[in-house]
Design a protein around this ligand. Structure first.
Ligand code: 5GP
Ligand code: ZN
Length: 112
């Protein structure tokens, strides 16, 4: 989608700090980290919110990419949080679905 920030990141039109890429997903460091480790995993296909997602394999690949990266980065054993925000009440600001993966500190529950 031409005016989507994350589609532009996938195409390389906007720079990002890439961590991982395969044929379906792309992962990169969040520009505004809220934890020592904070990266985003996105599908290469544009899907605006989780409400529009209909491919269970693709949605599952986002989670498996997050766990693979957390293992590779060495914080999977300690633990981490994976979150997908949806629409206004979920505090979604970029309308191309993405998993946040947060690690490197103790998380609290419930989230704000
Ligand atoms: P949301 O609030 O939609 O769940 O999360 C969007 C995330 O994208 C935020 O954590 C924000 O910091 C991140 N973000 C927004 N613009 C950019 C950007 O241009 N580059 C990177 N790397 N992250 C971004
Ligand atoms: Zn997009």
């Amino acid at each position: 989608m031409s005016d989507c920030l994350f589609c532009k990141i996938i195409k390389g039109e906007i720079p990002s700090e890439k961590i991982y890429e395969d044929e379906d997903v792309y992962a990169f460091h969040d520009i505004n980290k809220v934890a020592p480790h904070h990266f985003l995993v996105i599908p290469k296909k544009h899907i605006s919110t989780l409400n529009e997602a209909d491919d269970p394999t693709l949605v599952g690949k986002l989670s498996l990419a997050a766990s693979k990266i957390a293992k590779d980065m060495g914080f999977a054993e300690n633990g981490y949080r994976v979150t997908m925000n949806c629409n206004d009440d979920g505090a979604q600001t970029v309308y191309h679905i993405h998993l946040h993966c947060l690690g490197g500190r103790q998380m609290t529950w419930p989230p704000g």
